[in-house]
Design a protein around this ligand. Sequence first.
Ligand SMILES: *Cc1c(COP(=O)(O)O)cnc(C)c1O
Length: 401
Amino acid sequence: MEKLALFGGTPVRKAPIFYGHQYIDDADIAAVEQVLRGDYLTTGPWVDHLEQKLCELTGARHAVAVSNGTAALHAACYAAGIGPGDEVITTPMTFAASANCVLYCGGIPVFADIDPDTYNISPQSIREKITGRTKAVIAVDFTGQPAQLDEIRSICLERNLILIEDAAHSIGSRLSGRPVGSIADMTTFSFHPVKTVTGGEGGAILTNDHSFYEQMKLFRTHCITRDKAWMEHGQAGPWYYEQVDLGFNYRLTDFQAALVSSQLDKLDRFAARRKEIVCQYNEAFSKEAGLIVQKELPRADTVWHLYILQFEPERLKASRKEIFDALAAENVVPNVHYIPVYYHPYYQKLGYKKGLCPAAEQLYERILSLPLYYGMSDGDVKSVIQAVRKVVAHFKGGEDK
Ligand SMILES: *Cc1c(COP(=O)(O)O)cnc(C)c1O
């Protein structure tokens, strides 16, 4: 058996590889440069262009581009009318922003447990968490696989709840043939550099609802309007504008919009490569004792954002921490997505108790995210597989350390 780098052996790779990395080409650079040489740095034609492109991609009627994915979630909660005392059900297996957006509006995040096979929010658990104060559900497409939005949608229709989909991971994915962005009442994207397409920072909300659309457009620019003012204030001059509610500055710059737009031209390539890598990983790991791969629903067509591998500590004679350290020493540096949101000290301070969502908590103890991004070479993929096999072989053998 090969000696682990952790114990002085030779690492599988010379240069470290991490879980995500953006891919920027000459077309992206040219798109940004073109904007920088033009007249508009912010809220110009590229924002409109990006919104139109997102509508074409998803089949949604309206898109609102904003400064990041968190702002997108905040805008969606605002449009959904979330206010003090309103409960919003979401998953703990996500980035904190999926729940923070509820708190921004004075609402109460309520955590439903996950399905232990897909790791997405469980429709049954949503049902159990609904009360008279529940106003909305925020379903997260964890790792890029759409949540069971068909079932969740029927629950929402039945109980008169608004369905928000946090699709920060899932641009380009489909469920039963329907593109993400056309299924929920509002769907939010993030264009952070680790996501499938990037603008440096950036986000957007997709919706078919005209009223949500208008509210979110106002919200991203302080809830200031010039339109209504012309009609109702005949006395006022061309300088006149009105702030009609409390909004924010969540605008996206034009050069970020141009970058996202240029990246979207490569989405098919990005998607194909990510699927290919996941296929190779699954092939290598699914039959290996001590490892569990994430299950994909037959009706899902997933553009994978994360590759999550589950380790069975009882079969590997090693803790997740030891496996993490061993892989990192091989220069395959994993990550963990995610720490359950309510474990964070801020949520603990708000009174959330550990034990709320047992399936999510158990999963958290057993997972690592492996490198997955468009720019990975075949050699990179092979080295990740080799490192995992090496580490697993060691810990399965229970060899002396
Ligand atoms: C990245 C991410 C966000 C936040 O997006 P930002 O653009 O970083 O603000 C929200 N939800 C999930 C699930 C994410 O992964």
